[in-house]
Ligand binder design. Structure first.
Ligand SMILES: Nc1ncnc2c1ncn2[C@@H]1O[C@H](COP(=O)(O)OP(=O)(O)OP(=O)(O)O)[C@@H](O)[C@H]1O
Length: 247
């Protein structure tokens, strides 16, 4: 499979309105109860199309992580609905969520989240093992994924033998292993210096373009947002201005 070629994924996979990959409708998430309720996300609605890179900005505590977790099925909203590639994430049972997180949605976190005792290649291979991809195909795809993120020569190194930027590249390769339709990245450059951070954003930008993938990237780094097709600003859990795509 050529990961730079759009259209290589399973043609039977459901799509939502053709090119609408993310649809968030009236989503709220409260934490706590009684007098100590935190309204982490308030009545957020937006859509993201196939091939779009949408940046989600906002200060610390604005609700970026909470919103991404709701879209990725890592958390459930208090109200509202989320669809990803035609799947109602908010109505999905645990088994369907597991499949969504393994196949349809890829995640990249600020902290990289690599398994320390595994090599770069083994880390990238983890989602392929879970998807029961046969060993020969797995090996081929891992090699291609590492090549794609510029780490073909570092396959055997463990995370502690790699720089922060290289570790995040491994994490990006791992997130793309099962050819997701949506990539969710929560502060992917948060632990990197500005130049390395920019190279990671460049990489995400190039992958989104080349593969027609959709990406939601939370960042409070203003210098990175010029890479986005669209910017959503969160303030105290609410969108600062309505999504023009819904107007
Ligand atoms: N599990 C939780 N229980 C209670 N409150 C929470 C929980 N998770 C988040 N919050 C609160 O929800 C609000 C939004 O937090 P969130 O982590 O989504 O913000 P953020 O924009 O991602 O911030 P940062 O940029 O610092 O990561 C904050 O007030 C936070 O304290």
């Amino acid at each position: 499979m050529n990961f730079f070629q759009p259209g290589s994924r399973d043609a039977s996979a459901p799509t939502f309105n053709g090119s609408l990959i993310v649809q968030v409708e009236g989503v709220s998430r409260d934490y706590g109860s009684g007098g100590r309720v935190v309204h982490a996300v308030r009545d957020v609605s937006f859509t993201a199309g196939k091939g779009e890179l949408v940046a989600i900005r906002g200060r610390s505590g604005a609700g970026k992580t909470t919103l991404l977790n709701l879209i990725g099925g890592l958390d459930r909203p208090t109200s509202g609905t989320v669809h990803v590639a035609g799947h109602d994430v908010t109505a999905a049972g645990e088994q369907e969520l597991l499949l969504l997180r393994r196949g349809t949605i890829g995640f990249v976190f600020q902290s990289f989240g690599l398994i320390p005792i595994l090599s770069a290649a083994e880390n990238v291979g983890v989602p392929l093992r879970l998807a029961k991809v046969p060993p020969a195909e797995r090996e081929e795809r891992v090699a291609m994924l590492l090549e794609m993120v510029g780490l073909g020569a570092h396959a055997a190194q463990r995370p502690y033998e790699l720089s922060g930027g290289q570790q995040q590249r491994v994490a990006v390769a791992r997130a793309l292993a099962n050819d997701p339709q949506l990539l969710i990245a929560d502060e992917p450059t948060g632990q990197l210096d500005s130049e390395t951070g920019r190279s990671i954003m460049d990489l995400l930008r190039a992958l989104v373009r080349a593969r027609g993938m959709t990406a939601l990237v939370a960042t409070h780094d203003a210098s990175l947002i010029d890479m986005a097709d669209r910017v959503l600003m969160l303030r105290d859990g609410a969108l600062a201005s309505p999504d023009p795509a819904l107007a």
